[in-house]
Design a protein around this ligand. Structure first.
Ligand code: MRU
Length: 379
């Protein structure tokens, strides 16, 4: 998507690869919305750490990062022995796959790249194939998001007021975004609409990332406190909800997404509002048979006990688009002696979901398995 940095408008992807220095290039999302910085990660361990530390986050974005990380690890191998190369690749794969456990996209991306590499019969051939396959994964992810936009466009009626949770925009993908794709399609079609961004405690990806994206694309929006959505629904101020996902079970239609998604689905159901989940094909898990089996990442309690941001004066917040950001800071909010639980994701059951917006169409969650041949699932 286009970003304006220091007065210059430029097209930008969340994840890219620099062949000259064998580096994965990532927008440092920990600094947004206050600073826009792109960093090179020069070996696969650093790339895995960037995923774990959330320099890059969002299921499709960490999948593309893992795919490039595998190519990066493969390209760094010196030697011709295929057995040694295979053992090295397995170390690279497990390091990247372990960085964040809930999203299935990285595992799917790594499998795709490794499958493509098997076409090569020498180390050199496999190294070359690895980068081509990683690029193909990233490009397909963008194409999937564009197709989600086409299928989701009819859901955004004139004047629609849309609630979204966390960040399932272009920063969470390689480009375009999943939940945001129908919105950008509606904007391109000249349709007026308004977005409510859940702030999404504890890391506030809605307030910091989705709001930043929408502001840069000129989409009218408000950030709301996570607790405000029920009130707005009750007052008839929200028409539909669209979120992304980290793992959708193809067999059952269960949806894992950022903590708080389940709460919003329950609220939408209570108020008879449509609740949609937008995903590329890499988010489908065809193996697990129950939502309870999805691994839920537990993150540091510091995220809940305090908040990170940039120092500013509260009164200046409302006009701060031109204000210079202050220094980054973490402030403790909770009682000093208290501890916290911090599950990063939750699982929404299929009965609370109106439809899954995919690159090949919109499906009821329980219909995914029946349509698995169209969705890249097993035979
Ligand atoms: O912890 P995060 O920021 O990686 O969580 C991101 C989300 O939960 C997104 O909604 C999800 O990955 C879908 S992104 C298209």
């Amino acid at each position: 998507m286009n970003v304006t940095v220091r007065g210059r408008r430029r097209a930008c992807r969340t994840v890219d690869f620099d062949t000259a220095i064998n580096a994965v290039r990532l927008i440092d999302q920990r600094l947004l919305p206050h600073r826009f910085v792109i960093l090179p990660f020069t070996d696969y361990q650093k790339t895995a750490r960037a995923i774990r530390d959330m320099v890059v986050r969002g299921a499709p974005a960490i999948a593309a990062t893992a795919a490039y990380g595998l190519a990066q690890g493969a390209r760094a191998f010196r030697g011709r022995d295929l057995a040694l190369f295979g053992a090295h690749l397995e170390r690279v794969r497990t390091t990247l796959a372990a960085a964040r456990p809930t999203a299935v996209d990285p595992a799917n991306a790594l499998r795709q790249v490794l499958e493509s590499m098997r076409q090569g019969s020498t180390v050199a051939e496999q190294q070359a194939t690895a980068l081509a396959a990683a690029r193909a994964f990233a490009d397909a992810s963008v194409a999937h998001c564009e197709a989600i936009g086409r299928h989701g466009l009819p859901l955004i009626q004139d004047g629609a007021r849309v609630l979204t949770h966390c960040n399932a925009g272009w920063l969470a993908c390689v480009d375009v975004g999943t939940a945001t794709a129908p919105l950008y399609a509606a904007q391109a079609a000249g349709r007026p609409f308004h977005v409510f961004c859940d702030e999404t405690r504890p890391r506030c990806q809605g307030a910091s990332l989705t709001a930043w994206e929408l502001a840069h694309q000129g989409v009218p929006h408000h950030v709301i406190a996570d607790n405000a959505a029920g009130h707005l629904m009750q007052r008839g101020e929200i028409d539909l909800v669209i979120v992304g996902s980290d793992r959708v079970l193809g067999r059952t239609g269960h949806v894992a997404n950022k903590i708080g998604t389940y709460t919003k689905a329950v609220l939408a159901h209570r108020h008879r509002l449509p609740f949609y989940v937008a995903i590329p094909l890499s988010t489908l898990d065809w193996e697990l048979r129950d939502g309870g089996e999805i691994p839920i990442e537990e993150r540091s309690e510091d995220e809940v006990l305090g908040a990170s941001g940039a120092v500013t004066t509260p009164g200046r917040c409302s006009s701060s688009s031109a204000a210079r950001p202050g220094r980054p800071a973490y402030v403790r909010i909770a009682n000093p002696s208290s501890h916290a639980r911090n599950p990063g994701f939750d699982v929404t059951p299929p009965e609370l979901i109106t439809g899954i917006i995919t690159p090949v169409g919109i499906f009821k969650p329980r219909e995914l398995w029946r349509h698995r041949h169209r969705l890249g699932g097993p035979a």
